[in-house]
Design a protein around this ligand. Sequence first.
Ligand code: F6P
Length: 357
Amino acid sequence: MKRIGMLTSGGDCQALNAAMRGVVKTLYNSGEEVEIFGFLEGYKGLIYSNFRMLTGKDFSGILTKGGTILGSSRTPFKTIEEPDENGVDKVEAMVHNYHKLGLDCMVILGGNGTHKTANLLRTKGLNVVTLPKTIDNDLWGTDMTFGFQSAVDIATNVIDCIHTTADSHRRVFIVEVMGHKAGWLTLNAGMASGADIILIPEIPYDIDKVVDAINKRNKSGSGFTIIAVAEGAISKEDAALSKKEYKKKLKKRTVPSVSYEVAAAITKKTGMEVRVTVPGHMQRGGSPCPYDRVFASRLGSEAGKLILNNEYGFMVGYKNREVVKVPLEDVAGKLKNVDPNATIVQEAKLLGICFGD
Ligand code: F6P
């Protein structure tokens, strides 16, 4: 008999359900007797012992369903070791509840912050297996996270739609793409949709280079320009500031995000009309794409296999087209960013895409 706890933490994404279904189907199909404790709304569920007993029925029909059947929330790692407003020691509570329920292991699905806490729980003696979810694809130790390809599809569709209207007007169109401080989503959606300019956090932009690229397109007879701007994109001047100075500057920002700053600067320098589209959380919504359904199911079943083999302390990741297990202590606290010299960036430049550098 195995008693498995499961939770999804942090911002949701597509294919969380597919991944959990993968774990559970693998466990059930092994013939092992299993009890599944589904903790609700992320780590909060484990801290406050808020869970539901789940059965096969709960996992039926969820392969294609976006969101998470367990709900999710953010429990920031930086305050995880501080007591809550009622003085509850959150880490102690999680360890206590794990033992009280007689769990054999926790399956934790999440991104960067989630992995730091998962690793902390591992150091406290809990058996933990994790799965890498995030549309940002910025998790260290895996070439890909699930949710990412689905979000690329959505952001690409948005830019595709903008393309047809852009074709009718002599304007600059900016689409702001999610991704936190990583440019994976913008780079991939931008390339997939034929964006002319791509601005990502890893390559600070010079607005004059952006304007040069727009003017060049105008001169060549292409009356419109499409710019994919990562929500974390940063100008060269801002990148030169210290973290503290930059934070201070952000507090004084009078526009909602970097895209509007880029838009205002372009209008000022070219006189062109600029329109900004921010698809926002749409990028995390809807059904997982077929790739993510397969990918998350594969990772889920490998997690199930680890549990059956009593192998704990790993994230199931994907490296060089192979599913791999990565020690949690290696994953926790590291980010995976786009290398500005990566071949994909060089190839994009060869295709004529401007990165503003
Ligand atoms: O990490 C996933 C993500 O969607 C980021 O791309 C984005 O910056 C952030 O979450 C948004 O967070 P929230 O849902 O808390 O607004």
